[in-house]
Design a protein around this ligand. Structure first.
Ligand SMILES: Cc1cc2nc3c(=O)[nH]c(=O)nc-3n(C[C@H](O)[C@H](O)[C@H](O)COP(=O)(O)OP(=O)(O)OC[C@H]3O[C@@H](n4cnc5c(N)ncnc54)[C@H](O)[C@@H]3O)c2cc1C
Length: 303
């Protein structure tokens, strides 16, 4: 790893190369052991450089946005975390189009759309990830999803070439995009919206905000929905009907407010969360014969 640090130092200011950084500081679960190296490139060129260094030296690396859909092992990560957040987050509005760099907060982009009377991104006003993470996940809520608004994705491919990928090539599906299999890194995104009435957009945003506030445990660390929706079912309802709300393992608890959320009540470990996930999957399978699939991404070694 020292060799990687030396390479990174050639282009990245040392203060942006952290060693033994706790991932609990970088995930909304506030869980996770240390990463060997945690690097924060300050622009797209530095980002591409970091990825090249890792690839050319065959070092394990992981692209991290806001860590809002991520469970990191208690043992952390043996490799390089490349963090794309506020450091690479330019947002530009051109008529009914928005250009956003991968680290821009989805909430900020949605707000910018509203300020410019652009409709179509209200669904994203409470999703706490980055644009890059949202494209990777095809994030969505209340009937809206990234698939409907993204026109172009600028990405770094496996050969370190910058490519433009158009919407119809992205194979967007429920919490899926082609980026997940292609090992690409999202650099920026173009989004197309429609001109709307500012007051109307404001009202929709407010309605969705209240819905989220009333229905989700926003006061405790979590990573959003734990399980994907199986065809014809709602995991939250199945888990609640199974009587599991409030069930706790260590510091990890099935939220009393929304049963498809696991919350960190203070000292939860990744092991606690994994055990709780397995427990829920077994209970739901035994009751309904439905195998729940996990939406949250996992990083590091789990038993
Ligand atoms: C309170 C709360 C509410 C939520 N509500 C919703 C919701 O309504 N709808 C929804 O869909 N999700 C929701 N989420 C989950 C989460 O916010 C989204 O999945 C979000 O898109 C993840 O973005 P991120 O930047 O945090 O990604 P991270 O968690 O950092 O990463 C997730 C995955 O994306 C990859 N990735 C991140 N950036 C890039 C990039 N630039 N290029 C390539 N790969 C990248 C990572 O490697 C990782 O595999 C919620 C989470 C919380 C905590």
């Amino acid at each position: 790893m020292e060799k990687i640090v030396e390479h990174l130092k050639c282009r990245i200011d040392e203060k942006y190369i952290l060693k033994g950084e706790s991932m609990a500081n970088h995930t909304t679960y506030k869980i996770g052991g240390n990463a060997d190296i945690f690097v924060i490139p300050q622009n797209k060129e530095e980002l591409i450089y970091c990825i090249k260094v890792c690839r050319e030296n065959r070092a394990e690396y992981f692209i991290l946005g806001r860590g809002s859909n991520l469970l990191v092992s208690d043992d952390g990560f043996r490799g390089v975390i490349i963090n794309i957040e506020d450091n690479i987050s330019k947002i530009e509005v051109n008529d009914d189009e928005i250009y956003a760099e991968a680290g821009a907060g989805l909430i900020n982009v949605s707000y910018k759309a509203y300020i410019n009377s652009l409709s179509g991104m209200e669904f994203a006003c409470g999703i706490p990830g980055t644009v890059g993470g949202a494209v990777y996940m095809n994030a969505g809520a209340y009937g809206g999803e990234m698939k409907q608004i993204v026109t172009e994705v600028e990405a770094l491919d496996q050969n370190n070439e910058v490519k433009v990928i158009y919407n119809d090539e992205m194979r967007f599906d429920y919490r899926y995009s082609a980026i997940q299999d292609a090992n690409y890194v999202v650099l920026s995104v173009k989004i197309k919206l429609t001109k709307g009435e500012k007051e109307e957009i404001k009202n929709i945003r407010e309605r969705l905000r209240l819905h989220r506030q009333n229905g989700q445990p926003l006061d405790l660390p979590n990573a959003g929905s734990v399980f994907k929706r199986p065809e014809g079912h709602y995991p939250g309802k199945m888990i609640e009907d199974a009587g599991l709300k409030g069930y706790t393992i260590g510091g990890a608890q099935i939220s009393e407010k929304h049963a498809n959320f696991i919350v960190n009540t203070g000292d939860a470990t990744a092991k606690n969360v994994i055990e709780l996930i397995k427990y829920i999957q077994d209970e739901v399978y035994n009751l309904y014969g439905v195998q729940l699939k996990v939406e949250v991404k996992m990083l590091g070694e789990f038993e």
